[in-house]
Design a protein around this ligand. Sequence first.
Ligand SMILES: NC(=O)N[C@@H](CC(=O)O)C(=O)O
Ligand SMILES: [Zn+2]
Ligand SMILES: [Zn+2]
Length: 447
Amino acid sequence: MSTTYLVTGVAPLGGEQVDLLLQDGVIAQVAPAGTLTAPDDVTDVVTIDAAGLVALPGLVDLHTHLREPGREDAETIASGTRAAAVGGFTAVHAMANTTPVADTAGVVEQVWRLGRDAGWVDVHPVGAVSVGLAGEQLAELGAMADSAAQVRVFSDDGKCVHDPILMRRALEYVKAFDGVVAQHAQEPRLTEGAQMNEGVVSAEIGLAGWPAVAEEAIIARDVLLAEHVGSRLHVCHLSTAGSVEIVRWAKGRGIDVTAEVTPHHLILTDELARDYDPTFKVNPPLRTAADVEAVRAGLADGTIDIVATDHAPHTREDKDCEWAAAAFGMTGLETALSVVQQTMVDTGRMSWADVARVMSSAPARIGRVDVGPQAQGRPIAEGEPANLVLVDPAATRVVDGAQQATASGNTPFRGRELPGRVVATFLRGRATVLDGATVETAAEVTA
Ligand SMILES: NC(=O)N[C@@H](CC(=O)O)C(=O)O
Ligand SMILES: [Zn+2]
Ligand SMILES: [Zn+2]
C-alpha cells in the first residue's frame, strides 16, 4: 500500500488555501482549508502542514542533458533525475547529444528505461535529427517515435541543424506523428572559435565573439521554413533581444513556433566573463543587460512560451581549466524555479499561475507528454494525477554546489542567495522529495 498524503492549507498557484488528499496516485480530494481529514479506512497517512506554501503542478523540463550513455562521469540518468526532483520537476526531456547519440530506437528506449528504473521523474528522450548529430543524414525519426519511448521532440542540440534541406526534411517528417524539431540556433560559420557574446566585453577582454546575428539568422530562416512546410518548430535557449522580436513577428503571422529561455539567460550577463571563470561559459553565451530585459519581457508577454533549464553538467576536468579550453554549459535543475521566482514573480512580472504555465503545462504541451499515464502539466484538481511540487516562496538559501544532487559542480549560482525552496515533490502521488530532501526510491533502496 502506498502512503496517502493530506496536505493542509496549501495555496494552489498562489491562490486560496485548500486541503489536498493525495491517494492512489491521484489528487483524490480538494476542499477548503481546514475541512479535510484523513479517511478512517486508510492506515498509512502522512499529514503535511503546508500553510504558506504554494502548490504547482510538477515541473516539466523540455531541455535537460543527462549525459548517460557515455559521460556518466559528469551525470547519470539517476543523478540527473534526482536533481530534477529536488528542483520540483516530475518530467524531463533528455537531450540526444550522448555517446552513442540518441539517434536510434535502441538508444532512446535505453534512456527511457533507465529513467523509469531510477524512478525520480518521467524521462522523455529527445531523438537526434541527424545520424550522429553530423548534420548530414536524417536519423530514423519514425522508428524513435514508434518506440516504447514515444519520442516527439527531435533535436541535434549542441549542434545546429544548419543545412536548410535537412531542416526542411526534418520539419516535414515530424508532421506524421505530431512531433516538433527543437533547434539549437547557431550559425556555425559566424561562430567559428567563438567563446562568448560578441560585444563590448568580448572586445575589452580579448575573447572571440559569438554575435547575436548568428542566433537570429537561424531563427529567422527556420520560422520561414516552418511556415513553408506547415510544421511545428521549437527554438531552444533563445538569448537575444532580436530573437524575441523575430519570434514575436512569426507568431503574429500565425507560424507554429514556440520558444524557450533558460534561467541563466534571465539573470546573468556577459559581464561575468571578465574574470575568465569558465563556469560562465555557455551556449548560447550570456548576453547583455538589454538582452536580459528583452527575454524577461518576452516571457512575460507570452512571446517566449517556456523556461527550460538546459541543465548541462560537466566534469571538473572539463570546466576547471582555462576559458578557451573549457566546455560550454552550466547546471540548472536545482536552481531554475528560484531564478524564475526572483526574476519574474518577485519583480511582479508574473504570477504563480504564469509560472505553472511556463514551467509545466506549456512544456508538456510542446513535448506532447500530456497524455495517458505519463500525464504532466495538468491542473491541480480532483482526479488529476498527483504530480505536484510544494514551494516555500518566503524561504531563501545560499546555493552550495557541493550540496546539490547533480554529479557536476558547474552551477553559475554558487554562493548566491536565491529565494524560494522546494519543500516537496510528488510523482503520481509518491513523494520523491519531502522536507527538501530526496526520498529514496525503490530502485535506490535495492541498489
Ligand atoms: N548549453 C551548452 O552550453 N552546452 C550543452 C549543449 C547545448 O545546449 O547546446 C551541452 O551539452 O553541454
Ligand atoms: Zn543548445
Ligand atoms: Zn542543451
